[in-house]
Structures are given as structure tokens and as C-alpha cells.
Design a protein around this ligand. Sequence first.
Ligand code: HEC
Length: 171
Amino acid sequence: MSRSGCRVALFLSVVALTGCDWFSTMSRTPSIQPYEAEPLPPPERSVALDGMGEFNLATADDLVNPAPSTVASTGNGEAAFRDFCIVCHGEGGRGGGPIEDQYPAIPTLTTGRLNDFSDGYLFALITQGRGLMPGYSRIEQRTRWDLVNYLRSLPIQAAASGAPAEQTGGS
Ligand code: HEC
């Protein structure tokens, strides 16, 4: 080993033997650990990424559906329904989804009962969930409106196909 190589080896062994924690400085940064501090509130006058104000099931009737009920919209809604909703509500919302028996009362979505709800209410229900139904805020906002348009078409489709428009539960 060369002379300088020796020096480096000596230096490294001294560092190792004296327990110098020169290598561990990265683990002692003044970072804030998860849950250590309250998250900062958004700055005043900031606008939510989705451009929507606060809403909940009680106030959602005021929300206006920006998606015209076109074939493209209901088609997109149907695709999302297949991805997220069919597992509980079944094909066309007619019930019989694969995990239906895990829940005490999954309502069918083919009854005229949906007519009692405004578009805004259905949007809020999809976004935030209700009772045992989980919320789906992770579905893109426009697609949630497309889902509302698709839901509107379900009782009509069921009536046209002669399927029973029976209510099986829910609140
Ligand atoms: C994990 C099972 C599950 C999934 C997935 C699910 N739902 Fe539900 N859904 C329920 C349950 C349970 C209820 C009844 C909620 C209650 O009792 O308030 C419900 C209620 C509803 C209602 C109200 C029906 C009524 O007559 O009051 C609508 C509309 C609805 N769901 C639409 C959807 C849509 C759209 C999706 C997909 C984005 C979806 N659901 C995904 C379980 C589910």
C-alpha cells in the first residue's frame, strides 16, 4: 500500500474506532416528522385545486352539474361505474355485486328513488360517501359528474330492459 493509501486507511480506522458519527448527520436534520406538527392551513384566499368550495350532503343541492348529459358523458360515467361501483352495486346498479354480501344493505340504483336527489346531492354522495358507502373523491371531478349523469340513466335502462326496479335497502 502506498504511503497516502496508508494514511487514508489509518484515518478511516480512527473514525470507525472513535465512534465518530460524522456519517450519521443526515439522520439528525431538523426535519418535522409525520404527525409531529399540525398541518399548515392553506393561505387566506387560496382556491382549492378542484376550484370547488366546501360542501357536504346537506348543502350540495346548490352545486350545479357542469357536465351536459351527452352520450360521451354517460359513457365515461359508465366506465367509472365499472371501475369503482359495480363491485357493490352490481351491473347497471341492479345489485348482485361480488362483495354485496359483505354489506348489510346496498341499495339498487335502478329505482325512481334517485329522482328524489339533486345532481349536487349525488355528486356529494359519490365524493364524500354516506353511511357505509365510502367516498370517491379520488375520482376526477368531471368524471364524478359523468357518474351522476350515468346514474340518471340507470332507472330508464332498467325499465327498458324489464329488470325489476326493486329497492333492496339503504337509507
Ligand atoms: C363498498 C361498497 C360500495 C361501493 C364500492 C359503492 N357504493 Fe354506493 N352505496 C353503498 C351503500 C352501503 C349505500 C347505502 C348508504 C346508506 O345507507 O346511506 C350506497 C348508496 C349509494 C347511493 C344512494 C342510493 C339511495 O337509494 O339512497 C348511490 C346513488 C350510490 N351508492 C352510488 C354509488 C356510486 C356512483 C359508486 C361508485 C363511485 C358507489 N355507489 C360505490 C355501497 C357502495
